[in-house]
Design a protein around this ligand. Sequence first.
Ligand code: C2E
Ligand code: MG
Ligand code: MG
Ligand code: MG
Length: 293
Amino acid sequence: EAKRRGKGTSVCFSDEMGARTAADAEIIRDLASAVGGGEFTLVYQPIVALDDLRMTGVEALIRWNHPTRGLVSPVEFIPLAERSGHIVGIGAWALREACRQAARWRADFPGAGDLSVGVNVAGRQLRSPGFVDEVAAVLRDTGLPPRLLTIEVTETAVLDDEESAAALLGLRALGLRLALDDFGTAASSLGLLLTVPVTTLKLDRSFVESITTVGRQAAVATAVSQMATALDFSSVAEGIETDEQRELIRGLGYEYGQGYLFGRPLPPHEVGDRLQLLSGDSRAQGAQGVVRT
Ligand code: C2E
Ligand code: MG
Ligand code: MG
Ligand code: MG
């Protein structure tokens, strides 16, 4: 009966794993064995420099291929993984896999230049004991230079507590970069920008979506860009889908862009194809690896 009512309806029950409905409980149960079962993969979405459209980085995005449900979106299972605590193991897998892959690309395409990799980290993972040590170990084991790793956290993940603050400082001390993801969406204080040691602001896709038609969205995008410049942060705009959005965003001073216009999240071999182009002889082959729009 609980199953028929499905997700999103009133609370059926609540268990110690954080499930609120029977459907949630099933997903949480299956998450427990998904890392061990090899059910996760990562896809990588290009991040480009807006001045020359060169791919300078990628963001690792997790995919869950569930044995019976098929592909389950991270939007669906990451919150459940957070509530149940499974995110700690899943996130550790994703971090290690992304760094391993980035180091591999570096070795395979030495002419492609430095490619950075962004990894999303949930609040609960950030605050879990030993997280900073784990990141240090992954960097050491994979040989990825720390400056090429960007940890992406949302404003809501960065609670105003000692565990978060210590973890963020510890991460920065390792020499990696720290991005505030989906910036502008959460009800956080701008004072966060002065207390959290971030290097990068990622403007949320919702502002880019209607930037060409809604003046108020454009105003926020402008303010975020100006703040990034004034505070010496890098700026990335998410969810760029059209040339018009790209031009406007670039005009506002954003340095980097990400979105379907430049590339969907790609399996590793397709990123390899782009890196192959980037490492080719650019005089002989023209504008290599530059994403044509
Ligand atoms: P995010 O970190 O903000 O990632 C960007 C999301 O926007 C991705 O969805 C991406 O596919 C989508 N996107 C990118 N460009 C466009 C565009 O031009 N148009 C549209 N409509 N969408 C675009 P995805 O892959 O479904 O991931 C959703 C969220 O799940 C991520 O948001 C992130 O918060 C979370 N997530 C993904 N992988 C991980 C992970 O390994 N660990 C954790 N903790 N969270 C993850
Ligand atoms: Mg992200
Ligand atoms: Mg984002
Ligand atoms: Mg987003």
